[in-house]
Ligand binder design. Sequence first.
Ligand code: TYD
Length: 212
Amino acid sequence: MEYKNFITIEGIDGAGKTTIINQLKKIFLVTKNKYLFKNREVIFTREPGNSGNEFLLKTRDLIVNYDILPITELFLLQANRAEHIQKFIYPNLKAKKIVICDRFTDSTFVYQGLKGIKDHQIKITNTLATLNVNPRTTYLIDIDPKLAQSRIIKNKRSINKFDTYDLNFHKNIRKRYLDLAKKNPKRFILINGEESLEKIIDIIIKDLNKRF
Ligand code: TYD
């Protein structure tokens, strides 16, 4: 089932998702750690989840920092996702809050798919983990992987395993994202990540204004 108040942001490493989300947080901030959009509370979160919960923090660390088999990665991601969605995201959706999540199940199709896990295997584990709770809207920040790599080198405080994969890997990730967007045109909003931050934020806010 799709939830209107569930929004995800996707894109290759270095596409600028973190910068965009930080800017949205600045715009929506009303009091310490409380975010509002048109009087609706906004919850920001990310996957692999790490929202203040020890299990999520530890599994995220295992996923992004250890050299493990793709299948191990899939199981860890889905364990992290099940805890994240069923205990944190879903209750917030039910409470009518807007949940904006940095990466979600599309990342699994794209990354673990590229690492050789079959689509139908990803699909069934996604469904098991999420209990079919899905976003209505996904902003895909699309960018040339070369530019993304130079941004990672320039801006990043900590480099994880995924950032060290070569240019070819990231080119394939981009291609997979664009294929997914083509297959799901109603859900995906394609945003050119090479535009200015101002322009990108403007596109997102205008789109949110239409939805809420
Ligand atoms: P991310 O939070 O984007 O890293 P950071 O903001 O620290 O750069 O995500 C970490 C990595 O996890 C990212 O490179 C992609 C990977 N990932 C998957 O491979 N599959 C998934 O399902 C998810 C959610 C993430």
